[in-house]
Design a protein around this ligand. Structure first.
Ligand code: HXC
Length: 258
């Protein structure tokens, strides 16, 4: 927990987050709630989601709604948005964080595997935008997309995720430009390697030496990404939109880094 930001920063605000059950998404939601927001978390695992929501409420004292839904299914997303409005009355902030991931060489990647990740990451983001936008316009709120840095270069075994995240980045920019005149902002946070996450356990290379690969000498923590999110949702970033905020300890600038 950081004590850099005011504890009442998001009092009265409501966050709608896809992918908030574990890892980066969970910590991000926890930190938004610790700063006063109530939240909905959304994912496919109803039981795990309910446990996470209970833990989030216990840890923060704010309210959390668990909405079991698949971001690939617009009707389920609409039901989750309707439940959020019924419970909290508004949506100020949206985190598009639901993502699928695994390592696979392009030659071994089936059409269905490629499509599955694009449908979760990119189409899922589109579906989330469509379901929430009317409410985010009302509050002149903000979007934050959890992307990655791997698609800035060619990273082996990540064709599906690279294509999907490039699409997410593009969607965020278009939302920033189209919706800016209505007072809606949209930004991307792009984490580098973050320790103790499902993504890292799926993608991590055995023997990866963070001290050699990352200028700041260590893998990131989920709190590092949450800190960036708090800033980007806060009024301190009210003139920041269409940006990608890279949180990677400088990894992307390291010669020979992946
Ligand atoms: C090759 C695979 C595979 C693997 C699944 N598939 N896993 N192919 N290698 N390891 C293929 C399946 O064989 C199938 O294709 C197709 O993908 C769909 O699989 P399903 O299991 O039916 O799909 P579904 O249950 O909808 O979702 C599967 C999933 C998802 C996408 C793998 O369960 C998932 O990724 N969960 C992980 C969540 C996660 O880690 N989130 C954090 C992401 S971190 P066929 O052809 O057989 O039908 C992140 C950070 C990125 O995104 C950047 C980090 C640097």
């Amino acid at each position: 927990m950081t004590d850099v930001f005011r504890k009442d920063l998001f009092n009265g605000k409501v966050l709608f987050a896809t992918g908030g059950r574990t890892g980066i998404g969970y910590k991000l939601v926890e930190q938004m709630m610790a700063h006063g927001a109530n939240a909905t978390i959304l994912g496919r695992d109803a039981k795990g989601l309910a446990e996470s929501a209970a833990n989030l409420e216990k840890a923060t004292g704010s309210k959390c709604l668990a909405a079991a839904a698949d971001v690939r299914k617009p009707a389920e997303l609409k039901a989750a948005v309707d439940a959020t409005i019924a419970k909290f009355g508004r949506i100020d902030f949206v985190v598009c964080g639901a993502a699928g991931n695994f390592l696979a060489p392009i030659g071994g990647l089936s059409e269905n595997a490629f499509r599955t990740v694009l449908e979760i990451d990119t189409l899922g983001t589109y579906n989330t935008l469509k379901a929430t936008l009317p409410y985010v316009r009302e509050t002149k709120g903000a979007y934050l997309h959890i992307s990655a840095t791997l698609h800035y270069k060619g990273v082996p075994f990540q064709a599906h995720v690279s294509a999907a995240k490039a699409g997410v980045d593009a969607l965020s920019q278009v939302i920033a430009v189209e919706e800016g005149p209505r007072g809606v902002r949209s930004n991307v946070v792009a984490p580098g390697p973050i320790g103790n996450t499902e993504g890292m356990s799926r993608l991590g290379t055995p023997g990866y030496d963070a001290r050699a690969a990352i200028p700041l000498g260590a893998m990131g923590e989920t709190q590092d990404v949450a800190n960036a999110a708090i800033f980007l949702f806060s009024p301190a970033a009210s003139w920041v939109t269409g940006q990608t905020f890279v949180v990677d300890g400088g990894q992307q600038h390291m010669r020979g880094s992946g």
